[in-house]
Design a protein around this ligand. Structure first.
Ligand code: GSH
Length: 222
């Protein structure tokens, strides 16, 4: 009997990383969708699963897991047959860990910008100074990706890995704040991963994200 896998998700959020990887592994979770704006993530039932009230949460193998990076590592460890992560001691292990966690460096910058540009209830609460600094920090954080992707198709030379699943989707959000045209290798990489059937399937399953109301957010005038 196939075990029921449940993914607690918000369309357009970090839960996409997990959904995409599950589909790359040929697994089909039940999706439980939440709306951040409606305060769904503060529901006591949800907080019992995710103490900080964040998505993703994955129920699998009789466990409840939160933190997208931990979930992605756990899935790769328990399902090594997919070859989505070099094991300890294998070639490119160090690079794998670096990019896997670097995705959260970028994710946090995007999150700060989302808060300023999208989630604050009143535009007067925004800080153009903070937004300007975070946009610059985000652009700087994309440079090492551009450098590595000039010479290879994915973050690891060996091919698609779970590090791409962590990073790829974050780039979609980053493109709302930084002009990705300045990073041609990154743009080509983004197109390459978005063309993957599992990525497309995850997009379709999650539905449209609810928060971005335009393609690009300029830094507001101080
Ligand atoms: N480091 C955590 C961050 C999780 C996180 O912040 N998720 C966001 C969505 S991308 C969230 O649930 N935000 C709700 C909130 O901050 O109230 C992870 O990677 O899972």
């Amino acid at each position: 009997m196939t075990e029921k896998i449940r993914l607690h998700s918000v369309a357009g959020s970090r839960s996409f990383r997990v959904l995409w990887l599950l589909y790359e592994m040929g697994l089909s979770p039940e999706l439980l969708s939440y709306d951040i704006a409606k305060g769904d993530l503060r529901d006591p039932e949800f907080l019992a699963l995710s103490p900080a009230g964040r998505v993703p949460v994955l129920e699998i193998d009789g466990l409840v897991l939160f933190e997208s990076g931990a979930i992605v590592e756990y899935l790769c460890e328990t399902r090594p047959e997919h070859g989505f992560a070099p094991a300890p001691g294998e070639e490119e292990r160090a690079q794998f860990l670096t990019w896997l966690h670097y995705a959260e460096t970028i994710g946090t910058l995007v999150q700060n910008l989302n808060l300023q540009q999208v989630f604050l209830p009143d535009p007067a609460m925004r800080s153009p100074t903070v937004i300007g600094i975070e946009v610059k920090r985000l652009a700087i954080s994309l440079k090492p990706l551009e450098r590595v992707l000039v010479n290879q198709e994915f973050l690891l030379r060996r091919g698609f890995s779970a590090a791409d699943a962590m990073m790829g989707f974050t780039l979609e959000s980053a493109g709302h704040y930084v002009h990705l045209e300045k990073f041609p290798a990154l743009m080509a990489y983004k197109a390459r991963i978005e063309a993957r059937p599992a990525y497309q399937r995850a997009l379709e399953a999650e539905g449209l994200q609810q928060f971005y109301d335009r393609d690009f957010y300029e830094v507001p005038q101080a």
